[in-house]
Design a protein around this ligand. Structure first.
Ligand code: ADP
Ligand code: GLC
Length: 501
């Protein structure tokens, strides 16, 4: 291995401490893979009130840390612990900002008004932490808008700092639909200088845009799949960010997420009633029965069982499911289970579905890790009709659990699922392109008819899907290469213009 790098990894979710979606999974698994490669990686997250410090054996790392924002100094403390995988984790404790019922929004899905202050502070505090514990990072790795401003703070504030002055930055875009766009009233607090409140940097239609700013200042930017990287640089793509991403040229790359085969392993998964492998699939039948019981469906090992898990937001295409599922349940010999929470109308719709299709449809509205694992393991098909999908982890989990994904061919879904070839009997799932309920309906029909009419093909696809390697190994190597490129870019930048004023 080449020289180990010191990596400060900023992220707003991390499994098992606080997680809403895939960001939390990546925070748990990429640093773990980097640590295994010999790098010194430290993860920094906010200490939300849902995280019980005692439960995770944290110790107080800094009792009192002053963090200069643009127009005031904030005071916080820092807890530290090691994850089960021995990754050092620091938690920024600021009661006023992080002791709330949710991470980003309240239970009614209303974003907190002070999110710009909460996450500007978080980004700045993580850098201050590095200084206070004398951790001199080679790389600051920011993730999404919540920590994107760290890339800007490095260049605007810390260019001459003995601890942070040489640190290069990588910004990973997990989801460009959320950019962190806020009224400019917060800009003095954010404190990046009005001379930088310009269209090429932090300004966007009179507001401040965290992600856009991060993209400008980062030494390298990546999206979480090659297809999504392409989609968001195409004209009109990237939710308005395409021109800025295209400007980065070769400093913008796509790196596919991996999955953690220790957490998501059908042979050892503690959330399952039985274990199974590619060679011995009988345990999968037990999981199916348990799933049917857990969701009050008729226990029937022969029926095609379709499931899905996710955040009820536009991106995931749940409204397409809502528009097609009754035709599917009415006309096909299938069962359907859904686990998720989010938009109220979708919660109501899917919450009420089982009452209308008793023993055929099951739902659980809420967040439940055990049920998520059970759905991946016990279903025959996993449905993911996303309108866009930067990477998507669930389709990879499902393939590893021998559950064939039915997906819309977009972003990471397109990169990871190989479409069924009816002539050869090959593939790892079923894909469609149109964002229409009809396309979803017919593709589910295609999968279900294959299940009943060509079971040999299904068996062979299940084996192929389970064999696919989505481990972090190759992706973590690509991150290592990206860090090195970011360091080169930073060096080149420093020789030209060391600072930003
Ligand atoms: P996204 O990050 O866009 O939500 P991903 O597919 O990358 O999509 O990751 C979603 C992660 O969140 C998976 O680990 C999935 O199991 C989990 N998840 C989403 N909704 C729920 C839920 N309601 N209960 C349990 N886990 C959930
Ligand atoms: C985002 C994306 C999802 C991706 C995850 C982890 O939440 O929506 O596609 O898998 O981040 O990178």
């Amino acid at each position: 291995m080449s020289k180990p790098l010191k990596i400060l990894f900023l992220i707003s979710e991390m499994h098992p401490y606080a997680k809403i979606g895939g960001l939390g999974d990546v925070a748990a698994s990429l640093p773990k893979a980097l640590l295994k490669m010999g790098h010194d990686v430290r993860v920094v997250i906010p200490r939300y009130s849902s995280i019980d410090p005692d439960h995770y054996n944290t110790t107080t790392c800094l009792q009192s840390m002053g963090v200069w924002m643009g127009d005031k100094e904030e005071w916080c403390s820092v807890h530290s612990t090691k994850s089960a995988d021995q990754v050092p984790v620091y938690m920024i404790e600021h009661g006023l900002f992080f002791h709330r019922e949710g991470l980003y929004h309240d239970n009614g899905m209303n974003d907190y008004d002070d999110n710009p202050r909460r996450f500007a502070f978080f980004s700045r505090a993580a850098l201050q932490l590095a200084k206070d514990i004398s951790f001199k990072p080679d790389i600051v790795h920011a993730n999404d808008w919540q920590s994107a401003l760290s890339c800007a703070y490095l260049k605007v504030w810390h260019w001459n700092d003995p601890i942070l002055g040489d640190a290069a930055s990588l910004l990973t875009l997990h989801n460009v639909a959320y950019q962190g766009i806020y009224p400019k009233d917060h800009y003095n607090y954010i404190g990046l200088g009005w001379q930088n409140f310009t269209q090429d940097k932090l300004e966007s239609y009179g507001k401040v845009n965290f992600l856009k700013g991060g993209i400008h200042y980062a030494d390298l930017v990546n999206a979480v799949s090659p297809s999504f990287a392409q989609e968001i640089t195409a004209p009109g793509g990237g939710f308005g960010l395409a021109p800025y991403l295209s400007d980065k040229k070769e400093s913008f790359v796509g790196i596919l997420n991996g999955i953690d085969y220790e957490t998501w392993n059908p042979q050892t998964d503690p959330h399952l009633p039985a274990h199974f492998s590619m060679e011995k699939l009988t345990g999968k039948q037990k999981c199916k029965q348990e799933l049917q019981r857990a969701f009050d469906l008729k226990v029937d090992k022969k029926v095609a069982l379709i499931g899905t898990v996710g955040r009820f937001v536009d991106q995931k295409g749940f409204h397409l499911i809502a528009q097609a599922i009754e035709r599917i349940l009415g006309q096909m010999h299938v069962q359907f289970v859904i686990l998720g929470s989010g938009e109220g109308d979708l919660q109501d719709y899917f919450g009420n579905l089982p009452a209308r299709y008793p023993r055929k449809a099951g739902s659980y509205i809420g967040y439940d890790n055990r049920r998520a694992h059970l759905i991946e393991a016990g279903c025959d098909f996993f449905l993911m009709p996303s309108l866009f999908e930067p990477c998507g982890l669930n389709q990879m989990y499902s393939m590893h659990y021998g559950t064939l994904p039915i997906v819309r061919a977009t972003g990471g879904l397109n990169d990871t699922v190989e479409n069924y070839n009816e002539k050869e009997g090959t593939g790892t799932g079923f894909k469609f392109s149109d964002t229409s309920p009809d396309a979803l309906y017919y593709t589910v029909g295609w999968a279900v008819s294959t299940y009943y009419d060509r079971p040999k093909h299904i068996r062979s696809m299940v084996r192929t899907a389970m064999k696919r390697d989505f481990s972090w190994q190759s992706s973590a190597l690509q991150y290592e290469a990206a860090y090195k490129r970011a360091i080169e870019n930073k060096k080149a930048f420093d020789t030209k213009s060391k600072y930003y004023w």
